[in-house]
Design a binder for this molecule. Structure first.
Ligand SMILES: [Zn+2]
Ligand SMILES: [Zn+2]
Length: 352
């Protein structure tokens, strides 16, 4: 099989040819049909996250080892199973949940493998989908896609579950109160589509880019606000009838997190998803006096992945811009993404 691996941070991925692995035990071998290229791969490829104030979080300090095949948004067809696997069928198409933990700790056993302290995330801590085949450690990470095409399904594994996991943290008030989404890039647009599918009341979208604000309006936002405006917080408070119960920050910069806090109503919650980088400083009495919550959200749980696919089956695939490119163009795709030249999602497909 062929795979494209990061062998050294920041240098082009290297094409590696090696024997196709044979599944043992509970493993399942997937022939890849679609692999989405996510912006977080840029961080893995570069080797660090920005922490603000000139500080960087080195990914090797998070336990990421090279060489690594990236690619965590994968869908494909089962071609072989280990002797302990009985509940998946060769030839059936599945979405692969990549947010894999140890499988044995209390956190994993209640489904939150994404929060396990010994993560094995596919395409991050172990080999992912920029390859012909993918070895999945257990069938519980596979979700049948039915009529959904692999290309439509693949982005649900990260972009979809990340937006869904954040929206779930809004809680029951999602049906009664407008929420605020900061950042109308790929994740923001995915969240607008899923919010509607979940029966959400209304979305107010904040972005500094007028093109993205237009895209958000077209996607159904009740109001769009320029996050760079001096009175942005006041505009958000007006658009949410006195302040937001929930703000989801898909950017995660100093300015956006600060704006999120300023826009909350008493009892409100800021959910930070984006990894742009930065820091916030605020008076501690704000927390009790405003009964405020700041919560981070990292992808989603296995039960949330199941719910998301049921939601998509009921309401249709979220309409977000998708473009396919052959696997061989993975380096060009990463360069385009790094240069900000990608609109929506690029999904890699096997060469014809
Ligand atoms: Zn991702
Ligand atoms: Zn665990």
């Amino acid at each position: 099989m062929r795979s494209f691996k990061v062998c050294e941070c920041g240098t082009p991925l290297t094409l590696v040819e090696e024997p196709t692995p044979q599944p043992v035990g509970s493993q399942v071998l997937i022939k890849l049909l679609a692999s989405g290229v996510c912006h977080s791969d840029i961080h893995i490829w570069n080797g660090y996250y920005e922490l603000g104030g000139g500080k960087k979080l080195q990914l090797r300090d998070r336990g990421i080892k090279l060489p690594l095949t990236m690619g965590h948004e994968n869908a494909g067809e089962v071609v072989a199973v280990g002797p302990d696997v009985s509940n998946v069928t060769v030839g059936t198409r599945y979405l692969v949940h990549p947010w894999i933990g140890c499988g044995g700790c209390a956190v994993c056993r209640q489904g939150s493998e994404n929060l396990c302290k010994t993560p094995r995330n596919l395409g991050v801590f172990s080999d992912g989908g920029y390859a012909d085949y993918l070895l999945v450690p257990h069938s519980r990470y596979l979700f049948e896609i039915g009529d959904l095409s692999p290309v439509q399904a693949a982005p649900l594994a990260c972009s979809g579950i990340t937006a869904y996991g954040a929206l779930k943290k809004v809680g029951a008030l999602i049906k009664d109160e407008p929420i605020v989404i900061i950042g109308a890039g790929g994740l923001g647009l995915m969240a607008i589509a899923l919010h509607r599918a979940m029966g959400g009341k209304a979305v107010v979208v904040v972005d500094v880019d007028p093109v993205k604000r237009d895209a958000a309006k077209d996607a159904g936002a009740r109001a769009v606000i320029d996050g760079g405006a001096a009175d942005a917080a006041k505009q958000i408070i007006d658009a949410t009838n006195g302040g937001a119960w929930a703000v989801i920050d898909f950017v995660g910069a100093s300015d956006t997190a600060k704006l999120g806090v300023e826009s909350l109503i008493k009892g409100g919650k800021l959910i930070i998803v984006g990894l742009f980088g930065g820091e916030i400083v605020m008076p501690t009495p704000f927390f009790p006096m405003r009964a405020m919550t700041i919560q981070g959200s990292y992808v989603g749980t296995l039960p949330e992945m199941r719910e998301l696919l049921e939601l998509v089956r009921r309401t249709g695939a979220p309409s977000v811009p998708l473009r396919t490119r052959p696997l061989e163009e993975v380096n060009a795709t990463l360069n385009d993404l790094n240069a900000g030249k990608v609109v929506g999602r690029v999904v890699l497909t096997p060469a014809g």
